[in-house]
Structure formats: structure tokens, C-alpha cells
Design a protein around this ligand. Structure first.
Ligand code: CDP
Length: 131
């Protein structure tokens, strides 16, 4: 069976990367992630990402490029990550998160990322530093 996709965004603006602290479920609460969520039936990953970031953060974004790789999330799900440019709005933790932080190029290790997000965060951090 094909794994279902969870899509997350390495959202950047002004040379900083957005980190979001999960408020639920209990086993993930307090850990930081690249915000995103599950694809709905018939959705392409880029569409799902734009929708999830609008719902969760109240912002409009534009997916830019896929970060190569795919990371298992437990039974039946894999994580795919896109870089995404902030087009409008200031992110607010409307759903799923209780705190947001913009991390500069030297701060991307400053939060306790979910293990499965770390490879994509490392690549996003490299892109931030190298432009
Ligand atoms: O909002 P929705 O229910 O579509 O999805 P979600 O609860 O935000 O994410 C689904 C699952 O993907 C969660 O259980 C997280 O463990 C995982 N996830 C992750 O590991 N890393 C991310 N950057 C985003 C989601």
C-alpha cells in the first residue's frame, strides 16, 4: 500500500526560518516542527501545504522547492517538505501550535525539533546560510 503523505513547509521570510511548537497530541506537545499536515483526498502536496499553512497560521505562502527526501512518520505516513515563501500575513498559532519562532541562520538548532523533521531542517538551514 502507498504511504499517505504529510506535507510540511520550511517557511522563510527575511532570511529566517519559521519554527512552530506543537500543542498536541501529548506525546508531541512541546516539540518543534515545520508546520503542515496531511493531504486531503485528491490534493497535490503543494496545494495541501498552502491550505495547511493558511489554516494553522493565517498566512498566504508560495511553495518554492521540494527538499529532497522522504521521512517515515510511523505506520502508513511519510513526511515530505517544501521550502515556502511567506507572501502575506504574520504567522499566528491558530491551530495545533502554541508558540512560533523565526530562527536566523545561526539559530536553527535552538529549538527541540521533532526527530523526523531534523534532516529537512538541516537542509533548510543550509539553504538559509548559502542563499
Ligand atoms: O493537521 P493534520 O491533522 O492534517 O496533520 P498534523 O496533525 O499536523 O500532522 C500529522 C502527523 O504528521 C502528526 O502526527 C505529526 O506527527 C506528523 N508531522 C511531523 O512529524 N512533522 C511535521 N513537520 C508535521 C507533521
Amino acid at each position: 500500500m502507498t504511504d499517505r503523505v504529510v506535507v510540511a513547509g520550511a517557511v522563510y521570510s527575511g532570511g529566517r526560518l519559521l519554527a512552530a511548537r506543537r500543542s498536541a497530541p501529548e506525546e508531541l506537545a512541546g516539540r518543534w516542527e515545520l508546520p503542515g499536515g496531511k493531504l486531503e483526498p485528491g490534493e497535490r502536496p503543494e496545494q495541501a501545504l498552502v491550505r495547511e499553512l493558511r489554516e494553522e497560521l493565517g498566512v498566504e505562502t508560495e511553495p518554492v522547492a521540494r527538499i529532497p527526501g522522504e521521512w517515515p512518520l510511523g505506520p502508513g505516513y511519510v513526511l515530505q517538505v517544501w521550502t515556502a515563501r511567506l507572501l502575506s500575513g504574520e504567522p499566528r498559532p491558530l491551530e495545533d501550535h502554541d508558540e512560533l519562532r523565526w530562527l536566523g541562520p545561526d539559530e536553527t538548532d535552538a529549538v527541540d525539533w521533532l526527530d523526523q523533521d531534523r534532516p529537512a531542517v538541516a537542509e533548510a538551514a543550509r539553504l538559509l546560510r548559502d542563499g
